[in-house]
Design a protein around this ligand. Sequence first.
Ligand SMILES: Cc1cc2nc3c(=O)[nH]c(=O)nc-3n(C[C@H](O)[C@H](O)[C@H](O)COP(=O)(O)O)c2cc1C
Length: 383
Amino acid sequence: MITNDILYVGVDDRDIDLFEGQFVVPNGIAYNSYVILDDKIAVMDTVDKRKGTEYLLNLEKALGDRLPDYLIVSHVEPDHASSIRLFLDKYPKTQLVGNAKTFQFLAQYFDLNFDSVLTVREGDTLLLGKHELHFIFAPMVHWPEVMFTYDSCDKVLFSADAFGKFGALDANEDWTCEARRYYFNIVGKFGMPVQTVLKKAAALDIRIICPLHGPILSENLGKYLDKYNTWSSYEPESEGVFIACASLHGNTKDAAFALKEMLLSKGCPKVVISDLARDDMTEALEDAFRYGKIVLAASSYNGGVMPFMEDFLHHLKGKNYQKRTVALIENGTWAPSANKAMTEILSQMKDITILDTAITLRGTMKAEDKKALASLADRLCTS
Ligand SMILES: Cc1cc2nc3c(=O)[nH]c(=O)nc-3n(C[C@H](O)[C@H](O)[C@H](O)COP(=O)(O)O)c2cc1C
């Protein structure tokens, strides 16, 4: 129970191998859905059809002998909407509520009778009894049709995918870490639209945030709003340096670890290294956004850069990576080419400062390489 009238009817999914076909979720994922019980009953979204049967049982229990009047569709993505067919087979008289885009997209997934739907516009309200629902459009957070719903009676914001996180509800883990990985990998490209909806939300008296994934947020809401403000404005969140490396034979990786030791010994508060070939790419992406300074260290490869690094940089570009200071380290035997290849991709991003400290290793680290790394460490500690 979330309030006296709002019940949780979502489900945990711990069997899924990859969320959205690409993200590892070691602690699963929750598909959240809610019921508002009033003179009229509104259900807030459904769940992935992978868990449709379990969902309908939860719903039935929450409804007792009553029937839902409305199904509010805040996001058409299948992890929330693919049980709508199942839902309507059981509750055929329920009216679907969405905006024009909601129904345009739903028609791509379902053969529905769209004559009976209720199409809302930005700022429209729906009265259930004492609960009045206000529709707040949030286009591109993270699809074009996304809308938030604010219940002015219980002061609850149903925030669609915003404020969500990876991890089933019964996972005992920190919110920030998995919410950050979720944000940058799923919503990260859309910083401006998130800023726009945060401004709309600032005008509301919000006591509880009910996202479509992850825990219901009811305490210290400023913390979550602040994180979203930092993330969506592409500002660094933590002091420190992130080193991403891709190394064929380990020499560049050795240099990355040597640099880490130097940075720590010079007082850098935090240094995180990711081996892009072995570590989770989505965590590397998260760390690249978390810190303000990053070092890219890679082997030269066929006149370019090792493909894991190339892939990583394309991921960053796709997520609108910006406002960061970058240092480059390459390794090559006959014609080192990694720094040039990395610079080319970085030059397509906004507001990236590449330090004039580029280092070229040839095979193993030599004394002069260690000196160059030490002066890079100085520069990173002072810039
Ligand atoms: C398939 C392949 C392609 C390579 N391409 C280049 C290249 O274009 N230019 C170059 O200078 N070295 C090239 N190298 C050599 C590596 O960059 C070199 O061995 C480097 O020292 C590897 O650093 P690492 O020990 O960190 O992997 C290539 C090596 C391999 C196996």
